[in-house]
Design a protein. Sequence first.
Length: 490
Amino acid sequence: MRSLAGDVIKQAFSQQTDEKLHRRLYAAICSCILEGSLKPATRMPPSRDLAGELTLSRNTVLRVYEQLQAEGYISARTSSGTFVTDSVLDNLDLHPNKAPGAAPEESPRLSDRCLELLGHASASPRQWGAFIPGVPDVAHFPHRVLKKIQDRLARRLRPELLTYDAAGGVNELKEALADYLRTARGVRCSPEQILITEGIHQALDLVTRTLCNPGDNAWIEEPGYWGIKNILRINAVNFSAIPVDEQGMVPPESGEPAPKLIFVTPSHQYPLGSVMSLSRRRQLLFRARETQSWIIEDDYDSEFRFSGQPIPSLQGLEEETPVIYIGTFSKTLYPALRLGYVVLPKQLATPLKKVHNDLYRGGHLLIQAALAEFIREGYYAAHIRKMRQLYSRRRQMLVELINRQLGEHYLGSFSSNAGLHMILQLPAGSDDVLIAQQANAQGLLVRPLSRYYVDEDKRSGLLLGFASIEEHEMAAAFTRLVGIIRVNAV
């Protein structure tokens, strides 16, 4: 016997695509109930009739009815049949329309710190495409090589690679990193001083939580990385934005509260690109010792310098410097790897590793072990050399496009021949936020320079990443960006 409920279910069943018939029928009946096609107290078709209408076995229908009854969608009445539960929508809190006069939903009760962070949230919703800064070309990474190493380790897997990490990372990786950092970056460290983290943000959060109390002060670069500011905000740490010139951060002589932490990117200032001079480095070390502060050295994309000698680390400039050195594999390998590292002063190594173990419960031990061999066998250094050449070509092409289509005065004054992005300097008074919004809407993922400032004295410009765009795509994309700039620039 055909029924209206049966027709409704049959139509919904025909729109489902799951290969399993019982899942198709379950999803069809659920959607009918939740959308109101089968209203509360509606009598369900007898299982035998519904099976005939849908050309299913009766056991399939019975199986679905039993599941729906167990979940409260339908209920059986003795000698009467099966019905949609009277209060199903109320019980599930899924009623599509609230009753007239119902109280509005309350806003979630978020902390003041969280609300402040949300007001400054800057992470891009898209992380791949033309001109996005800070993202490497992940297509050229030798994934097969790393996978072969990982597969080889997996065939003779040690139990300690499958349990919780309590040592701050795999020892082999810390040993390989200590050797690499001493040679390539001039960092003075032993493997015991290295802590493996899940990227830069976790490292910054760890040192902020462990070394600062709410209300303490920190110095950050002006302009500077938005991620540092938000980590300080969520940890209730006050910060002063210290100006940057062509020699790096300009430490204030007096008037600023003594900082607990000083955040700098000395080898390639982010975002402007200047290199901190030797005299400025010594001045900063002197001030840190004077105020008993810790310098947090973010060695941002320092491996990618396209001319001259590599800039050595601030941490290795003197013996026993008050410097916490932070690095990541996100730029040299790929961001989704989520592996970074911290080189801690000896007196901080034990307590910060204990805190890290309690708060974050580090993992990815198999990939850490594979990465250690990847470094030891020379693949890491070879990959950096290859990418340095590739990025140098792309940067040069972008410079030529800027000079040809806009003029050399659009090149940022601090930009060094390094890194994964450039500053496109806009005329004074130009709305770089509006230009970036219009460019983003067209798939050009530039970022406005003014958003990296704290104080009102801001430069107008755009951060253009050149690492993750192929050369044959760059000219057309840049021409589209120039059109947006010409319409909006002052």
